[in-house]
Structures are given as C-alpha cells and as structure tokens.
Design a protein around this ligand. Structure first.
Ligand code: SF4
Length: 310
C-alpha cells in the first residue's frame, strides 16, 4: 500500500488471500501442516519451518503503519479486514512466551482497525477478552477434518479437531463473531465439508471453503494415502453449495477455488471475499444456547457462489 508520500506499510501487507491484507507475527510455524503453502512462500525446508522465530519488529512496524494510517484516513478506510496471520499461526505455542500477536491485536483494536484471526490452536482463547465487545473482528479456526487420526497426519502439532470445535463454541458463547475455514478440503470422506458444517453451524457465523492446493500431493499421498482428485471437488462443491443455500448458512469460496470452479462450469454472482462480508455487530451476535442463530447482515442471499450443474 503506497500513497503520494511513498510510504509503504511495513507490518500490514497486501495479501492474495480472501482478506486482501495480512500481518504475520512469526517466521515459520510449529504446527507443521503437511500442506503448508507458507513454507513454500518462505522457501524453507520442513525441519526449519517448524522451528519458528518471533518477528520482533512487527509491533514497532505496525505502530509506524498505524501512525501513518491515522494521518491518512482515506488509506485507513480502504483496509476492510486484516488477516492475523496469513503465513504463520499467531497462536502457536511460541505466542504464549512472546505475546506478539496479543500486542498486534491490541494495537488494531485501540486504533479501530478491522481484523480476522485465523488459527489452529486453542491458545487463542487466552485473548478472548480482548476480542469481546470489539465490533470489527472475528475469530476463526481452520477445520479441515473432524477425524483426529487424519488431523494428526496432516497437522501434527496443531490443536485436535475437537478442541477447535469446542473453542469455536466458547468464542461464540462470549458473543465474539466466529469464522471457520474449511480448507483444505481433502478428497476423502474423513474431510466431508457437510459433516463439518453440521458439527459447527451453531457456533460459526461465516464459513469459507477451499480445495487442497496439490503442491505437496506426493508427500501427502505417501503419508495419508489420499490421492488428489479434481473430479472429487467438482462433485463435492455441486453438493455442498446447494446444501449451504438451502440451510441459509453464510459462506464464501476461497479465491483460488472460485477460479477452479468457474473453469468447470460453475456460475458465480460477483465474488464476495471474506473481506466483503460485514462483521456481525455484538448486538447481532447472539450468545449461543445450543441453537442455530442467523445474522441478517451476513445473509446467504448475497453469498459467493451459485451452482450450475457442471
Ligand atoms: S498452521 Fe498454517 S502456517 Fe502453520 S504450518 Fe499449518 S498451514 Fe502452515
């Protein structure tokens, strides 16, 4: 992001994800997911990637960015949602020592900036009181499978699937807007997205779905036996999207999967990224009492995709 004075933001980076902007608090990630594309971007070997290091300059850089944004309200307004974090996990265990992510979200909140936390670690609950009552954030978990044996293979050092589901319920019970990234959907019935939706729909305000990027297909096939299968995705999205529409569940399709589906005959109304989806206001976020709650301002009638028989 650059303005006439040529200031280039240092901590808030433009992102190719569905969020458009992101902040990364660590280099590397101890969760060690087999499919991690972050380590491809950072060009690290697996053994090196899972020994992360704090990015100690992030907090200071973010302060500089915010000072500049506060003097440039037009630029500040363009930042509609910041992903915390995109190429690492801000709540991996190292966060309990360094608290960099906590300092980052505090700064974002103090300066009225919008953000979405995405994690695979229940450590995020330690900051629930920071998120509570702030109406420009949502807190999300990736849930790619409910089967913990598969989870151990794919995401060996992240929180178990049940812990993530329980953490989403707890966040929801505190009146915090919630998000769930069902990505990567694996071509395997242990990764059935409809089963994940059914387990979590009472606690999640917005789902996002994305297929597996086959970059590590050989390694994942060797480890799990799962074979990358494009036909599977065509079939599963053709079933999933009508299901979401019928049930009135708010959802988005990950940017890269939207292109994949369009090329295979799916027809989309103008894309809505996560960034385009408004945060439910605290008054709209009903404290969960074990029943489904609908949010009129994230109506599925404006959702990302409409299926056409492929
Ligand atoms: S949690 Fe995210 S950043 Fe960390 S290893 Fe897994 S995919 Fe990579």
């Amino acid at each position: 992001m650059e303005n006439k004075s040529s200031y280039k933001t240092k901590a808030i980076k433009e992102s190719k994800t569905s969020f458009c902007w992101s902040i990364n608090c660590y280099d590397g990630c101890s969760h060690g997911c087999l499919y991690c594309y972050g380590r491809v971007i950072r060009r690290k070997k697996y053994a090196h990637w899972i020994q992360p290091a704090p990015r100690s300059n992030v907090v200071g850089d973010l302060k500089k960015d915010i000072d500049w944004l506060n003097k440039n309200p037009g630029a500040k307004q363009k930042i509609r949602d910041i992903m915390v974090c995109a190429i690492t996990d801000g709540y991996q265990d190292m966060e309990l020592v360094h608290r960099i992510t906590r300092q980052v979200v505090k700064q974002l909140i103090d300066n009225g900036l919008p953000f979405t936390v995405l994690t695979k670690n229940r450590n995020v609950l330690q900051d629930a009181e920071l998120f509570r009552g702030y109406d420009k954030c949502r807190v999300g978990f990736t849930v790619a499978t409910l089967d913990d044996n598969l989870r151990k293979q794919l995401e060996p050092f992240a929180s178990p699937a049940d812990d993530r589901c329980e953490a989403l319920a707890e966040l929801k019970s505190k009146g915090i807007a919630t998000y769930c990234s069902v990505e990567p959907m694996m071509p395997d019935n242990r990764s059935d997205p409809i089963a994940i939706v059914d387990r979590l729909r009472d606690y999640v305000d917005l789902f996002e779905f994305g297929k597996w990027n086959p970059y590590f297909r050989k390694c994942i096939q060797a480890k799990t036996g799962i074979v990358y299968d494009e036909d599977y995705y065509v079939k599963v999205f053709a079933k999933l999207i009508p299901y979401l529409e019928t049930k009135g569940i708010s959802y988005c399709i990950a940017k890269h999967s939207e292109g994949f589906l369009k090329a295979r005959g799916f027809s989309f109304i103008p894309a809505q990224l996560v960034t385009d989806r408004p945060y439910p206001k605290p008054s709209d976020v009903h404290v969960c009492a074990g029943v489904r709650v609908a949010h009129p301002n994230t109506s599925p009638s404006t959702s990302a995709a409409l299926p056409v028989t492929p």
